[in-house]
Design a protein around this ligand. Structure first.
Ligand code: FAD
Length: 382
């Protein structure tokens, strides 16, 4: 009796969950292995542009996501004195011109929706991958809890410190790029003490730093900020984040508009994250293993598109495997790279440069992209 071919997705982050959902929808037999024992609602927001929302439409979670998210009419960019640098139309304009809504939402709420979209029993928590062997016929996996599994192909969706990437290319720590991000959630109620118009989506800029601010719920009960601030050394060692403070934020945003000072005053708990990076990888797949998202092309978060690229990757990989079937995974992997490398690299470069929407520009190449709206290319232009 022949066994049913299987796909193992390593990492149930935003990219891995998108890939797994779409592969399952196409009828593939998919198991997801996630190192975390469970997911919690960590304090962070996230933008989801129309390009990602079109993928969520395919997964079947666009409507609930729209219902939970905030729908900004504009992305405003403002100088530290409050003057406007750009007004990028979103809202109804995004739906009409880019084919889906632009939302901002709590990252944990989005992620929970994505996990719920997976087939019951297909996500295995507490499974940290620590061993991989491609035997030629299959891939064998070993986890730190002593358990093992096997699959026909492996999707490395295990983030910036990817074990799958390390297996393919050798150990190399990601580089700290000299920037930190401060993050805080602010109860909407706290903002009522101030006489400012707290806009739905605004990025405050000065020469070498910025503060991105937006609502994470449609009811405006939660406001969120994430900074980008230069800092020569990361003091947190291997920690993915450490505690910060209002004093540190006041210092970093001295001279900024009073409404920014009001945000800092209202933030009860502030965390600080190192921004990490890697050089572009020489390969996206080898043998039965393929990479996606931050495992493959991490970027500074300044364009708010890193997760969207992971989600697009997952959707494109599912589309390519759907075209070829699992038996011809090698063709699927090369189609996948041909259709992702150029776009992901361009977004990575713009994100790292931190110029996105600072001045009035046309975002159609990012937001208008429809992963399902074009023929597959067989060769990458990059
Ligand atoms: P991850 O989300 O990192 O998921 C990887 C998963 O793999 C995790 O669940 C992890 O636990 C698991 N894992 C890791 N190792 C193993 C292992 N050995 N075995 C099993 N499981 C493993 N992007 C946006 O699109 N919009 C934004 O607004 C935005 N804001 C950001 C703000 C900040 C401050 C930062 C740092 C990033 C931001 N990003 C944003 C970028 C975004 O968070 C990442 O690009 C995105 O999370 C990448 O998704 P991923 O699925 O590739 O990896």
């Amino acid at each position: 009796m022949s066994k049913q071919p299987r796909i193992a997705v390593i990492g149930a982050g935003l990219g891995g969950a998108a890939a797994a959902a779409l592969l399952q929808k196409s009828g593939f037999n998919v198991d997801v292995y996630e190192q975390a024992p469970a997911f919690s609602r960590l304090g962070a927001g996230i933008h989801m542009g129309p390009n990602a929302m079109k993928v969520f439409r395919k997964i079947g979670i666009e409507q609930p996501l729209e219902a939970m998210g905030s729908h900004p009419d504009y992305w405003f960019s403002r100088a530290q004195d409050g003057s406007y640098l750009s007004r990028i139309a979103l809202g109804a304009h995004a739906r009409k011109e880019y084919g889906a809504a632009y939302i901002t939402v709590h990252r944990g709420d989005l992620h929970a929706l994505q996990i719920d979209a997976l087939l019951p029993g297909s996500v295995h928590f507490g499974k940290q991958l620590a061993g991989l062997e491609d035997t030629g016929d299959e891939v064998r996996l070993a986890f730190t809890d002593g358990s093992t599994a096997s699959a026909d192909i492996i999707v490395g969706a295990d983030g910036i410190n990817s074990y799958v990437r390390e297996h393919l290319l050798g150990f190399e720590a990601p580089t700290y790029n000299g920037w930190v991000g401060h993050r805080a959630l602010i109860p909407g109620e706290a903002l009522k003490a101030f006489d400012f118009d707290f806009e739905s989506c605004v990025k405050w800029w000065s020469e070498d730093r910025h503060l991105m601010v937006y609502y994470t719920t449609g009811s405006r009960e939660e406001y969120y900020f994430v900074s980008g601030v230069p800092q020569a050394e990361w003091e947190g060692g291997n920690a993915s984040f450490i505690d910060s403070s209002q004093a540190e934020m006041y210092d970093a945003f001295k001279g900024y508009h009073p409404s920014v000072q009001a945000l800092i005053a209202s933030a009860q708990s502030i965390t600080k994250w190192p921004l990490l990076n890697r050089k572009p990888l020489p390969l996206w797949s080898r043998g039965r293993m393929v990479l996606l998202g931050d495992a493959c092309h991490p970027m500074k978060p300044h364009m708010a598109q890193g997760a969207a690229m992971a989600i697009e990757d997952g959707a494109m990989l599912a589309r390519c495997l759907g075209e070829t079937g699992l038996g011809d995974y090698a063709t699927a992997f090369s189609l996948y790279e041909a259709n992702r490398r150029e776009r992901a690299s361009r977004v990575q470069a713009v994100s790292n440069a931190n110029t996105w929407l600072r001045t009035q520009e046309d975002p159609a190449w990012v937001f208008g992209y429809d992963l399902y709206g074009h023929e597959l290319k067989t060769e990458s232009a990059a």
